[in-house]
Design a protein around this ligand. Structure first.
Ligand SMILES: Cc1cc2nc3c(=O)[nH]c(=O)nc-3n(C[C@H](O)[C@H](O)[C@H](O)COP(=O)(O)O)c2cc1C
Length: 624
């Protein structure tokens, strides 16, 4: 079934401005609080219950409105406007370009992939070479593909539709042969280079962070994804953020560096840190609108990651000090003018309204960011092909088709799931929940994402429906919320510390394909899954700003699934297109307490021989 034909007609012609997304000028923060919508992003104490409810209502409205159903796909364009396909490469025109080093294509200096889940190597010092390796193994290009008629690039981090809405920044102390001062730079993947944006005050790092650490900021350009996917794009952008967080965490692990999202910061502080205040205001129309809207190409700051040497002792981040230092950043000399990505745009207004509602306030004064490292379970070392980190991350590829016959052994299946547990090895009866294992430990909240598995071709595990409880404190609640007839028994041979349960036996191939927008990749692999997040209670308890974070969490899990698949010699594919409520219906889930957010499939790939691969660097000189 074509997605495009199923989409209902949508008016794109009426443009009514209803709300300022950005103010035309910068108000001092006290004054900003007087502006109704913006006040919600200043301080949690000042957000009233009513305002919180309003934000939550907006987010849940978005969530419901962007569900795909058997009869209706979420609103999107009626076809692809190729003339306005967004440029996948943001550049800051006239910003000085600092070229990074290109490690050899199979960088054998990186540790064995599977060893990282046991322990990280000794930390390397920050240098031009190590920073180059970090980007090369996380966010760089990994190949160019061509059919003869068209040519496009692929990256180490995956992205829905290969549209890559995620941009990255480094905020760093001085680095020999790169920059003599502390600086902020934007990462340009096509060039594998840093675009120098600003010199930052000396003392920023010494005052706020431990020696040997630096920051990576991530932002999203919603337009890139919305160009193809319309209203559902906000979800995909946030999956991509999660993939990028995990990609950076894994590449950092290879250098002996730990990573943690600094989530005490608020939206406005992130905006300052990455120099994103330079984008012109964008007014949100009251309905979808087509036209020339350069403002829609702004970058929405998502998060900042602290990258620090492992075993640095107790690291406490003083957010108050950081906030004070960041208040100076608006006055820095920011270099470079963002390039235009498309001539014309479509504004799917609900995306921008929702992005407003999830702007995080600054919530903390300080935080202990160094959490104990927990290694992941290992029951089948021989499942891994012995690849080093660089080989796994740079050769990872989404399968476009699955072969429908490759089978997986039970040990390999359980092994993959063990590497995807948030708390790692279940020592002395400790339950799954806290995120302590690589790379989940980069997320500073307890696990909220479980999964329903559709097992198709795993030798020794009967075909059927399984549930994987990744936070065991939700077990009783999940069991109560799902169909009473489900069995909830551990399958044969399942390791004690793997909370996997058989729900029902049967052939689920047709079902999983139908649920995943009729995509055969969901039925032709060894198994597929739907990630089920504890949604409404999390948003009620923490705030509407947790909404994108739940998608990040699914993206982190998805990234490990991709890497595990490659490391054992098969492939995976993220599946953003699925029918939301029919998945809930299968499980018997009602309401918004638990929602399926992201699907995945793992199995033997079919390689399309018509597509030729070219090396990532130097690529052909086109913006593809
Ligand atoms: C959030 C997300 C959703 C995706 N959804 C689908 C999907 O529904 N169907 C599909 O065939 N591929 C899907 N993909 C795979 C992408 O198309 C793929 O990542 C992209 O083309 C880049 O290729 P690569 O993963 O080989 O780098 C998805 C990927 C991501 C990250």
């Amino acid at each position: 079934m074509s997605l495009i034909h199923c989409r209902p007609p949508v008016s794109l012609h009426h443009h009514h401005c209803c709300r300022r997304h950005r103010l035309p000028f910068r108000l001092p923060s006290a004054a900003k609080r007087l502006v109704p919508f913006i006040s919600m992003s200043t301080s949690s104490q000042e957000t009233t219950l009513e305002e919180k409810q309003e934000l939550l209502t907006q987010v849940l409205k978005y969530h419901n409105q962007t569900k795909h159903s058997f009869t209706n796909y979420a609103r999107g364009p009626h076809g692809l406007d190729w003339a306005n396909q967004p440029n996948p490469f943001r550049r800051y025109i006239s910003a000085p370009l600092l070229h990074l080093v290109h490690p050899s294509s199979d960088d054998h200096t990186t540790p064995r992939y599977s060893s990282l889940f046991n322990s990280l190597p000794s930390p390397k010092p920050i240098s031009k070479i190590t920073i180059s390796q970090l980007f090369y193994n996380s966010l760089a290009l990994s190949a160019w593909k061509t059919t003869g008629f068209s040519t496009w690039s692929l990256r180490v981090n995956p992205s829905s539709g290969n549209l890559h809405p995620t941009e990255a920044y480094i905020i760093s102390p001085p680095i020999d042969s790169l920059c003599d001062d502390p600086f902020v730079a934007h990462y340009a993947p096509k060039e594998h280079a840093l675009e120098f944006r600003a010199r930052i005050p000396a003392g920023f790092f010494e005052e706020c962070f431990p020696e040997g650490s630096f920051l990576i900021g991530l932002s999203s350009i919603f337009w890139r994804e919305a160009w193809k996917y319309g209203e559902r794009a906000f979800r995909y952008c946030n999956h991509d953020v999660g993939h990028a967080v995990a990609a950076v965490s894994m590449a950092a692990a290879g250098l002996g560096w730990d990573v943690r999202v600094l989530d005490g910061l608020g939206y406005e502080e992130l905006e300052k840190l990455m120099g994103l205040e330079i984008f012109p205001e964008f007014s949100i129309p009251s309905r979808p609108v087509r036209g020339r809207m350069p403002g829609i190409e702004f970058e929405h700051p998502d998060c900042v990651l602290l990258v620090f040497p492992k075993n640095s002792g107790d690291i406490k981040v003083d957010y108050e000090k950081m906030r004070l230092a960041l208040s100076e950043f608006s006055n820095l000399q920011w270099k470079g003018k963002p390039n235009m990505l498309s001539k014309e745009h479509i504004c799917w207004d609900i995306i921008y309204r929702t992005a407003e509602a999830v702007k995080k306030p600054s919530t903390r004064t300080n935080e202990l960011v160094s959490v104990p490292f927990r290694s992941s379970g290992m029951i089948s070392e021989s499942s891994y092909k012995g690849f080093n980190l660089s080989e796994v991350v740079r050769k990872r590829r989404s399968a476009v088709d699955m072969d429908g016959f490759t089978v997986m052994s039970r040990e390999t299946f359980y092994q993959i799931l063990l590497h995807c547990l948030p708390s790692g090895r279940g020592e002395s009866g400790q339950k799954q929940g806290r995120q302590l294992a690589l790379p989940f430990r980069s997320l500073p909240w307890d696990c909220e994402v479980h999964a329903v598995l559709f097992v198709h071709r795993v030798v020794g595990v009967p075909n059927g429906l399984y549930f994987w409880v990744r936070n065991e404190s939700h077990f009783n609640e999940l069991r109560r919320a799902m169909r009473a007839e489900f069995k909830w028994v551990k399958p044969d041979g399942c390791p004690n510390d793997l909370p996997l349960y058989e729900l029902a036996r049967g052939d689920c191939r047709e079902l999983s394909k139908r649920l995943s927008c009729h995509q055969e990749i969901a039925s032709d692999g060894c198994f597929s899954l739907g990630m089920v997040a504890r949604l409404e209670p999390t948003l009620q308890e923490r705030g509407a700003w947790m909404y994108p974070r739940l998608f990040w969490e699914t993206g982190v899990l998805g990234q490990v699934l991709y890497l595990e698949a490659h490391a054992i010699g098969v492939s995976a594919t993220g599946i953003g297109c699925f029918f939301d409520d029919p998945v809930h219906e299968i499980l018997g889930l009602r309401g918004l307490k638990y929602q399926s957010l992201y699907h995945f499939t793992i199995g033997g790939p079919v390689v399309d021989k018509r597509i030729m691969s070219l090396p990532a660097y130097p690529g052909p000189s086109i913006d593809a």
